[in-house]
Design a protein around this ligand. Structure first.
Ligand code: M6R
Length: 611
């Protein structure tokens, strides 16, 4: 959470930083600030969105070729001007922007107060910059040396950039546990939480590693370890198109990303499956094929939408490969003394690849000797780099806070994995495998058809925009989709919603149903069709309003539903890839009709880099 951008070079720093912060706003948007070297070290900050900071800067002197900016998601201290970053040290000679959490900040703060430092904000970041100042004064050392020594004192996660009045051509940056990308241009350098603020100017980037310190001074880059050993940077060329991080004519990123799914699903299978030649291959799996084939158990760790994709994978892997699967909330896994064996394979799923809970779960599983396989969307992310092997989802940048195309890409990759392991283990019949491959290849076109329901779904959204509660029901492969539909609605429209396995309803939630309650039932033609028909009857008997997602051509369920959304027919194993589409659109339209900020819902951030 929190986005940071810094620039030093021959251009005006302020517009680059403001534009970069807007691109990073998905990481946090409760306040924003900027520090520029314009004769002195000036800091400007404002509660609210980056646009409010931009307006505030209108009449200020912002000419500078060096600066840094921050967009915040509050951890320590409420969102206000004072708690916004950058933070000055007591002497106001140095300033910091920080993404992460300093866990021992309270003890450090007490110590620093006893030494005469004063604090204006409630943040842990202000403690960090005063610690650096204290070390610099006591050791009479350079800023870079003081930062390096401070890294030995702080416990927690950070990506920081520090500017000093005394070194007006220098940026000092460091990371541990929070991402930091360094862009290398011609005579200019960029630093950012991800590559999106950078790629407009250069494709050459270095992903800083934990405990690395980057010093950019007078046009020279020097990267060192916390132990002061010089590092040789690995410069990567990023293949990210600028259009992929812009709205491309859509009103919101979320809508654009929903409509990108025919392409993103195709991209996630590209090179991995060609059904005509029965080609099925994933390089990450090939490396560990024996381990996968002989695994006695697979554990899946993830959070939020990625956890829902993990639930779909549980059904797929157990069905195709007959290996027991357990799906764990990464946040719980770490704190409940789980049994992890060296023979276990742990699949970590994460769009951002930066989720702190998932990273912590991986570390725990690693320490017990399990093999870790990552499924990430963001290339070069922390999870992608910490796992033993993995597969990228190739969905392209997902900017809307509500995850959409990342989910379908994750499910696609997990489906391929389940098919590969099933076929290698001989538990998935060849004829069934080939049928599934052919049908998976049809999915992008079927998603395209499902997207044509947009107008109809908008009309349904109009009817339910003022609802205060929603229930989502599904069975089998559509149960995780019910959970996902409920999560989408909650997070962007702030309507309370619950997802349940349809048959579980009668064990409690049925008490909630009355004529005011919209019940979204995912009732496509599959093995539990007859059962879900009964569940719909139970809802109707209590006068609930049924919005049914059915297979095209179904006549039974439409006859007993208030609203019907028909999606193309597919195999029940692949149903989540289609049935989730109307639910994404429904939550999107309800949120828009309620006037909610769809791409940046309140209290949320795209990547949750705090535990
Ligand atoms: O980046 P990750 O996939 O690890 O993120 C996990 C969750 O934070 C994320 O899916 C969250 O639940 C989304 N806002 C859901 O739309």
């Amino acid at each position: 959470m929190c986005g940071i951008v810094a620039y030093v070079g021959h251009r005006e720093a302020c517009p680059i930083i403001i534009k970069g912060l807007k691109r990073l706003e998905y990481r946090g948007y409760d306040s924003a600030g900027i520090a520029l070297m314009n004769g002195t070290l000036s800091v400007y900050k404002k509660k609210g969105k980056v646009s409010e900071l931009e307006a505030f800067l209108q009449d200020k002197d912002v000419h500078s070729n060096i600066g840094m900016g921050h967009t915040r998601w509050a951890t320590h201290g409420e969102p206000n001007d004072v708690n916004a970053h950058p933070h000055f040290s007591t002497s106001k000679k140095i300033a910091i922007i920080h993404n992460g959490i300093i866990e021992n900040y309270a003890a450090l703060k007490t110590l620093l107060i006893s030494k005469g430092h004063t604090f204006k904000s409630e943040t842990d970041s202000e403690v960090f910059i005063n610690l650096i100042e204290d070390i610099r004064e006591n050791n009479h050392c350079t800023l870079a040396e003081a930062v390096r020594l401070a890294l030995h004192e702080v416990v927690g996660a950070y990506a920081i950039v520090v500017l000093s009045k005394d070194d007006p051509h220098q940026l000092v940056a460091a990371r541990k546990g929070s991402p930091l990308v360094l862009g290398i241009g011609k005579g200019e350098y960029f630093l950012a939480s991800d590559a999106t603020p950078i790629i407009e100017y250069t494709n050459d980037v270095v992903y800083l590693k934990d405990y690395e310190l980057a010093v950019i001074k007078n046009g020279e880059l020097d990267i060192r370890s916390r132990e002061d050993v010089k590092q040789t940077p690995y410069v990567q060329r990023l293949e990210m198109a600028l259009e992929s991080i812009e709205k491309g004519g859509y009103e919101h990123f979320m809508l654009k990303e929903i409509f990108e799914q025919p392409r993103s699903i195709l991209d996630s299978m590209r090179g991995r499956m060609i059904s005509a030649s029965n080609h099925l291959m994933m390089s990450g799996i090939r490396e560990f094929e024996n381990k996968f084939v002989n695994a006695e158990r697979i554990l899946i760790v993830a959070c939020g939408t990625s956890w829902h994709a993990g639930l779909v994978a549980e059904y797929l892997i157990e069905d195709f490969a007959r290996i027991p699967v357990e799906v764990e909330y990464a946040s719980e896994f770490r704190y409940r003394n789980p049994i992890i064996r060296e023979t276990d394979i742990v699949i970590a799923i994460s769009q951002s690849g930066e989720t702190a809970d998932t990273l912590a779960a991986i570390e725990l599983a690693k320490s017990k000797g399990a093999t870790i396989f990552g499924i990430c969307n963001v290339v070069g992310s922390s999870i992608a780099r910490t796992t033993d092997a993995g597969a990228y989802t190739h969905a392209g940048p997902e900017i809307g806070v509500a995850s959409t195309k990342a989910f379908t890409a994750q499910v696609t990759v997990l489906t391929l994995i389940a098919m590969i392991i099933g076929s290698k283990r001989g538990t998935l019949e060849t004829s069934k495998l080939h049928g599934l491959m052919a049908e998976l290849e049809n999915i992008p076109a079927k998603v395209e058809r499902a997207l044509k329901l947009d107008q109809q779904i908008q009309e349904i959204a109009e009817k339910f925009k003022n609802a205060t509660n929603f229930i989502y029901l599904g069975r089998g492969y559509n149960y995780p989709v019910a959970l996902e539909g409920a999560l989408k609605l909650k997070e962007i429209s702030y309507i309370h919603a619950e997802g349940y396995p349809a048959a579980e309803m009668k064990h409690g939630p049925i008490a909630l149903i009355d004529e005011q309650m919209p019940v979204v039932v995912i009732a496509t033609k599959d093995g539990s069709y007859e059962k879900i028909v009964s569940n719909i009857q139970e809802v109707r008997a209590r006068k609930g309003k049924v919005i049914a997602i059915v297979t095209e051509g179904d006549t039974t369920i439409p006859a007993m539903s208030d609203f019907v959304i028909e999606i193309p027919e597919t195999s029940e194993h692949l149903a989540p890839l289609l049935s989730v589409i109307p639910l994404q659109l429904l939550s999107y339209h309800i949120a828009v009709l309620r006037g909610c900020n769809v791409d940046q819902p309140r209290n949320l951030a795209k990547s949750v880099t705090v535990e």
